[in-house]
Design a protein around this ligand. Sequence first.
Ligand code: FMN
Length: 185
Amino acid sequence: MGIEIDMIAPSHGAIWRNSGVGNILDAYRGWGLTESNDTAIVVYDTMWGSTEKMASAIAQGIIDAGFEVKVYHLGKSELSEIVREILEAKIILVGSPTINNGMFPSVGGFLTYLRGLRPKGKVGSAFGSYGWAGGAVKAIAGELEKTGVMVVDPLSVKFVPGADDLAACAELARKVVDAAEMQER
Ligand SMILES: Cc1cc2nc3c(=O)[nH]c(=O)nc-3n(C[C@H](O)[C@H](O)[C@H](O)COP(=O)(O)O)c2cc1C
């Protein structure tokens, strides 16, 4: 419409002024057009380290399949930074140990935040360690699907992952990258 914008002041959130206006409009243009790069984001939390071992094996599998990867431990990372990275990535993998038949609270909070942003055109999966009946991985997969992510073969491992389990993590990474590449065509 050819209108010069000095300031964008939404009803909630940050106010954008001066050069910030151009930057945020460019960013939204990219997000809105679902432009994404060949990057996978691996987000997880863990109590004793088993889900973390899975996250590392998946991350290595992603690199071996030719994508870049960024790994975020929810307990140590800034939510807004993770979500910004996800909007620009093709792949999102979310991991959690099972606690009380469900996912870890930090993972639930993250997925709630992510759902609100309705990321488009993403491929992903869920993974995590459990002790007896599990529950976290299925719950995460369900949440990702509700968010609009195309979910590929969620993976659960009983307690500490062994060599076969870590190989399954690498295989999951490859399948998710394949699915992302297929989606592009
Ligand atoms: C407080 C607590 C609650 C748990 N609840 C469950 C459960 O409901 N079902 C289950 O299968 N495992 C349960 N577990 C077992 C963990 O999922 C298991 O130890 C898992 O390997 C932990 O993964 P992590 O090393 O990534 O934290 C529970 C563990 C803890 C400490």
